[in-house]
Design a protein around this ligand. Structure first.
Ligand code: FAD
Ligand code: SF4
Ligand code: SF4
Length: 486
């Protein structure tokens, strides 16, 4: 039934209901509810159906947003699902955790004056509905190929590539050093942003589609790249970036000064029902502690909000720039503030104080100096501005760099950039080694799930082209040999 779109003048923007602070800080459940069908329909109908949809331009996957908004408004949800899933391997996950304010929604024309269409929440609604109604079917390729592809890393980049290659009929094996599939979706991002059951539901779909997972296998330790290349016609490296940036100040080795990902992984594992001695002993648990988190990105936001839920006595976030210049999503800062996190802007640690365990952070005030080559103002310490914050747990969340893969894996020919990310030819997604491709954070540096999915899809398409090209060449050689022999 045709419906009236462009309802943005009469219908106000409404996000799904957010759980009350007093309730949500006591558990790790997602803070946003799903839209009810009528709300999704109403919000989708606010879309203006732009001729040049800037929302789509600024979505890294170029999702066909106007079309699935129209179909949602018309109640044609199965078709909306078909469209949403044709460009995105995990729309229900992106709908939950993309920083929409910087991507699709931030560029919606309605943002100026009427507030954007709630694109992410509608995307999530469509695909959650599709799962609930059994529309998400395992991949059944039109023809099975005997060629196999090996993928290292079961994060979003590896998983998106795996599904795309499976659709082409390849035999796909994914290797991961962890004991669960999902990469940072499962062990990094906390449940209050992305429910683990949502990730596991997606993983089951991939297993049902015939993708084989080899867990607890660390490439470079348990399996060499040479062996992988022998097993598979092509290999994709999608290992993410895990080397935590450090703070080089006195006292950095004290007990109670921990890395963000160790802390978040322990919390996520606990939530998944694992036995986590470092959590139970209190080493990676904020309960009854004064917590200071250092950093201003999304990882820092996840740490402060996790600490609140674990029952910390106080949670402070120390960041060397100001609110306007922090890299984390403003929505996440707002959630953190609502939940009781105190932000100490323009401050950086000078030393961690304590005998054996940390007892305080000594910090100095910063001011923003002239901009550097990137145009960003450089923070500089204000002399004589030192102050102390009580702390029993200090969490370092300063970002991640790539590990030295060529060194760790003993393959010096695997070329890297000056940032240590894998060097690829972006038109073929291939590394310096023929038949070895790379995608996701290991190529881009720490980025976003939606970009990892985009890279995984691009890599799958490139692998398919490369393998088809090789098959074609082999066929030509065979035909020529036959012609010569006859
Ligand atoms: P990963 O997800 O890191 O997966 C890599 C996988 O490779 C891992 O499973 C790892 O175990 C495996 N691996 C590594 N080395 C080996 C090896 N030698 N052998 C076998 N397996 C190996 N992005 C968003 O869009 N929204 C968010 O809200 C958000 N929040 C985040 C919160 C945190 C705390 C962090 C750390 C990141 C967050 N991100 C977020 C970023 C996002 O998670 C990453 O950009 C994305 O997961 C990258 O995907 P990937 O597949 O490249 O790598
Ligand atoms: Fe927006 Fe992310 Fe969905 Fe793209 S994938 S439409 S950026 S929420
Ligand atoms: Fe609709 Fe906004 Fe996209 Fe225009 S930019 S098509 S109004 S969602």
């Amino acid at each position: 039934m045709p419906v009236k779109m462009m309802q943005f003048v009469s219908v106000e923007q409404r996000q799904p209901d957010k759980r009350a602070v007093g309730e949500r800080i006591h558990d790790f459940a997602e803070i946003f509810a799903s839209f009810a069908p009528e709300q999704a329909r109403e919000q989708a109908a606010r879309c203006e159906q732009c001729g040049i949809p800037f929302c789509q331009v600024h979505c890294p996957l170029h999702n066909n947003i106007p079309d699935w908004l129209l179909l949602t408004a018309e109640g044609r949800l199965e078709e909306a699902y078909e469209i949403a899933s044709s460009t995105n391997n995990m729309p229900e996950i992106c709908g939950r955790i993309c920083p929409q304010d910087r991507l699709c929604e931030g560029n919606c024309v309605l943002e100026k004056g009427f507030r954007s269409v709630t694109i992410g929440a509608v995307e999530r609604f469509i695909v959650d509905t599709a799962f609930a109604r059994g529309w998400v079917k395992p991949v059944r390729p039109l023809r099975e190929r005997r060629l196999s592809v090996g993928i290292v890393g079961a994060g979003p980049a590896g998983l998106a590539a795996a599904e795309q290659l499976r659709k082409e009929g390849y035999q796909v094996a994914v290797y991961d050093r962890y004991d669960r599939v999902g990469g940072l979706l499962i062990y990094g991002i906390p449940g209050f942003k992305l429910d683990k059951a949502v990730v596991q539901r997606r993983v089951r779909h991939l297993e049902d589609s015939g993708i084989r997972f080899h867990l607890g296998v660390e490439v470079g330790r348990d399996l060499s790249l040479t062996e992988l290349r022998r097993r598979h016609a092509a290999v994709l490296i999608a290992t993410g970036v895990y080397r935590a940036r450090d703070v080089d100040v006195p006292g950095a080795q004290l007990k109670g000064v921990v890395k963000a990902l160790d802390y978040l992984t322990a919390s996520n594992r606990k939530g998944l029902g694992d036995v986590v001695p470092a959590f139970d002993s209190g080493e990676l648990n904020a309960r009854d502690k004064h917590v200071v988190v250092i950093g201003g990105g999304d990882t820092a936001m996840d740490c402060v909000r996790t600490a609140i839920r674990q029952g910390a006595k106080s949670v402070r976030c120390l960041y060397r720039r100001d609110r306007a210049n922090m890299p984390g999503s403003m929505r996440e800062v707002q959630h953190a503030e609502e939940e009781g996190v105190e932000f100490v802007w323009l401050a950086a640690p000078e030393a961690f104080i304590g005998a054996e365990r940390v007892e305080a952070v000594q910090a100095h005030r910063m001011r923003l100096g002239p901009p550097d080559a990137t145009g960003r103002q450089v923070p500089e310490p204000i002399p004589g501005s030192s102050f102390r914050l009580q702390a029993d747990l200090v969490i370092k969340a300063l970002g991640f760099d790539p590990e030295d893969l060529p060194g760790l894996w003993g393959v010096p020919e695997l070329a890297v950039t000056r940032w240590g990310t894998l060097r690829i030819d972006w038109s073929t997604m291939m590394t310096a080694i023929p038949g070895v491709f790379a995608a996701g954070d290991i190529v881009r540096g720490a980025s976003l799930v939606v970009w990892a999915i985009r890279d995984g899809r691009d890599a799958a398409a490139a692998i398919h082209r490369w393998l088809e090209g090789r098959e074609q060449k082999a066929e030509e050689v065979r035909s020529r040999a036959l012609a010569l022999a006859s």
